[in-house]
Design a protein around this ligand. Structure first.
Ligand code: SAM
Length: 284
């Protein structure tokens, strides 16, 4: 069967794979940064793509947004000041603001059009944008981090596109050096780090660069994400200070979070690494 124009398809030449969803394109625009499309799909609700790559769908975004925020927030001793780099659909911001201990959450998104389109097609992700603790800043996260006050941030969440185009500089040692400077002594960073099946080399390079920049410890977490290449995704956590991530989870606080995928069990499971991943990351 050949797929016609009633299907969105993301071909991935590098891995010889493709992902498709049946639907209808509702919107397309070229911003100064990237091409954004919105599709109405038959089974996944709305779909946002950037430069032909899937970003967010109504049906499965909770997997990514919950797992890019709650495991890191619950691994930090007391995250009060949180900065999200990218994340313009506002889904990660929404999850961060579910934590009553968070005093401020700043989203630094380079492309305001991503947020405006999310407000229209994914209003449920934007329902906490008016929270008094939230700040929506539109500008380059690389420059923002260079200018950030030293020792001011508890947790940085890098919710970016793939390491090409405007996001390329978010994946290297120079950016991590600026993150370290901006973090408090017990600060942490979590960054979306692609598929543990398809992008293991990139994950290794990221962890290497994080350690070279001065992070004392790096850890991988993983979770399903249906619309991304291979359907299996990861986040990489880097800690300024070495030491065990929070082991005794506050199960009552977790149960109060109003989540669909995240709970104390999926938190623990996310950090349980497959043998080949452990081997790849050992000895870095
Ligand atoms: N969950 C998605 C994924 O893993 O593919 C990421 C979604 S979010 C929409 C990614 C956002 O990162 C985009 O809106 C993009 O504009 C933003 N972005 C890319 N480079 C950036 C930069 N240098 N500074 C701030 N935001 C950036």
């Amino acid at each position: 069967m050949t797929l016609d124009s009633s299907w969105f398809t993301e071909p991935m030449e590098a891995t010889g794979t493709a992902f498709s969803l049946k639907g209808k394109k509702l919107h397309e625009e070229q911003t100064p940064y990237q091409k954004i499309e919105i599709w109405q799909t038959e089974t996944f609700g709305y779909l946002m793509t950037i430069d032909g790559c899937t970003m967010v769908s109504t049906r499965d975004n909770f997997l990514y947004h919950e797992m890019m925020s709650h495991p890191a927030l619950n691994s930090h001793p007391n995250p009060q000041n949180v900065v999200i780099v990218g994340g313009g659909d506002c889904g990660t911001l929404r999850e961060v603001l579910k934590h009553p201990g968070v005093k401020s959450a700043t989203q630094v998104e380079i492309d305001e059009r991503v947020t405006r389109l999310s407000e229209k097609y994914f209003p449920e992700l934007c329902d906490r944008n008016n929270d008094p603790r939230a700040t929506l800043f539109f500008g380059d996260g690389i420059q923002w981090m260079k200018d950030a006050a030293p020792g001011s941030i508890d947790l940085i969440i890098i919710d970016s596109t793939d390491p090409v185009g405007p996001a390329e500089g978010l994946f290297g040692k120079r950016f991590y050096l600026d993150c370290i400077k901006a973090l408090k002594p017990d600060g942490m960073l979590v960054q979306q780090s692609e598929s543990p099946l398809l992008h293991l080399e990139l994950i290794k390079e990221m962890h290497q660069a994080m350690r070279e920049a001065g992070f004392a410890q790096t850890t991988l977490l993983h979770f399903p994400q249906v619309i991304y290449p291979s359907g299996w995704w990861s986040g990489s956590i880097a800690c300024k200070q070495a030491g065990p991530l929070a082991q005794r989870l506050d199960e009552k606080a977790i149960a109060a979070l109003d989540t669909q995928f995240y709970n104390a069990d999926t938190h623990r499971a996310a950090f349980a690494l497959p043998t080949y991943v452990k081997k790849a990351l050992a000895g870095l």
